[in-house]
Write a protein that binds this ligand. Structure first.
Ligand code: ACO
Length: 334
């Protein structure tokens, strides 16, 4: 079954509450209307209520009245969430006045709703920068137990009949967040990516932590980092099918794997590729996307205690629609 067909069905069967902080923005409100029309999630729009209603009328959107609309600058709403923000950040020395100012910001307000259990996930970034969305999520939602590093994965939708991946899918990470992960962070990225592969892509993960060396073929401190990350990831998730350090060809091409890494149980058939740095991950996914014409879906933020998705500022309403579906799926725990 097509990825989005499966995710759409799952979202419909398990409706989740998704908060959109950029509630009055045309692409966001259009996507929200389509989601509500299709019954795929409950939607909370943040912004000036009159402005949102006027925008919906201007765009002839007929389902938006099913959304909850909240104004983060409304004093009553600030009263509700500022104490939570203060509690979360008081160790950083903030005052209640500062907490109230942060709470009135739509990104922080959206994250606070998720943290308080009043929403299941947040989608933003059509207007705000990646850094702003991530910082609010890091500070408020924080990481899931056992993880302290959030990373970003892409689902790579391979061409039909591709010999690579599983069910036409591969997961690439980290392509979006951690510029220079150490071995411990890299191990966490590997473990979180395996979960993304299982929970969102619906494939059984076979994880390769990549390098320019396969099983000791090169010596370098960067290779040592990948070897160490592989060891830590095995300790974190002993049952996970994972190996490193592997070059890309040894990871995904069976004949190369049989020569370079014959003992590995995932070499030649990896479907989750973990890159040793953000430079590599970001460049690699864009190269595959552009040169091979592969659709790249993401980034899916992984490692947060609840799902938040960052949009590209060049996105269209359909991208937001799909991201809401993906985020809702990340909030479903079977
Ligand atoms: N996971 C969890 N928490 C984190 C992470 C992380 N990866 N990174 C930072 N934090 C936390 C810090 O611990 C800190 O928490 P605290 O305030 O409670 O102490 C808080 O977030 C802010 O940390 P800073 O070090 O000040 O982080 P900064 O704001 O400088 O940067 C950011 C964070 C924006 C994510 C940075 O790592 C970054 O810019 N990454 C690259 C993002 C990017 O540009 N990606 C490429 C584009 S996306 C694309 O092409 C798909």
């Amino acid at each position: 079954m097509e990825l989005f067909e499966r995710l759409t069905r799952r979202a419909k069967e398990n409706p989740r509450r998704i908060v959109l902080p950029e509630g009055a923005e045309t692409r966001n409100i259009t996507a929200a209307d389509h989601i509500l029309a299709d019954g795929l999630a409950e939607i909370i729009l943040l912004g000036n209520i009159a402005e949102i209603k006027a925008k919906a009328a201007e765009l002839n959107l007929t389902h938006i009245d099913r959304a909850t609309i909240l104004d983060p600058t409304d004093e009553k709403n600030i009263d509700r969430y500022a104490p939570l923000f203060f509690e979360l950040r008081k160790k950083k020395g903030i005052s209640m006045d500062e907490a109230r100012r942060f709470t009135a910001n739509e990104l922080y307000f959206g994250c606070l709703m998720v943290k308080a259990g009043d929403a299941d996930g947040m989608v933003s970034g059509a207007i705000h920068t990646t850094g702003d969305v991530l910082r609010a999520a890091f500070q408020v939602i924080k990481t899931e137990p056992g993880i302290d590093t959030v990373s970003g994965a892409f689902l790579m939708l391979l061409p039909e009949n591709s010999p690579y991946g599983s069910n036409g899918l591969m997961v690439f990470a980290d392509c979006a967040v951690v510029p220079d992960p150490d071995a411990r962070q890299l191990a966490q990225i590997a473990v979180c990516s395996a979960r993304t592969a299982h929970e969102v892509a619906g494939i059984e993960p076979r994880v390769a932590i990549l390098s320019f060396s396969t099983k000791g073929s090169a010596k370098h401190e960067r290779v040592d980092k990948v070897i160490e990350a592989t060891k830590i990831a095995h300790e974190m998730a002993p049952d996970l099918h994972l190996d490193g350090e592997l070059q890309t060809d040894a990871a995904i091409v069976p004949v190369v794997a049989s020569l370079k890494a014959p003992q590995s149980d995932i070499a030649g058939k990896a479907n989750v590729l973990v890159f040793p740095s953000l430079e590599v991950g970001n460049i690699a996914y864009k190269l595959v996307q552009r040169l091979a014409g592969v659709e790249a879906v993401g980034p899916l933020l992984q490692g947060l205690a609840a799902p938040v998705s960052d949009l590209s500022r060049g996105c269209v309403a359909d991208d937001i629609y799909k991201t809401i579906i993906m985020t809702a799926n990340q909030a479903i725990h079977d």
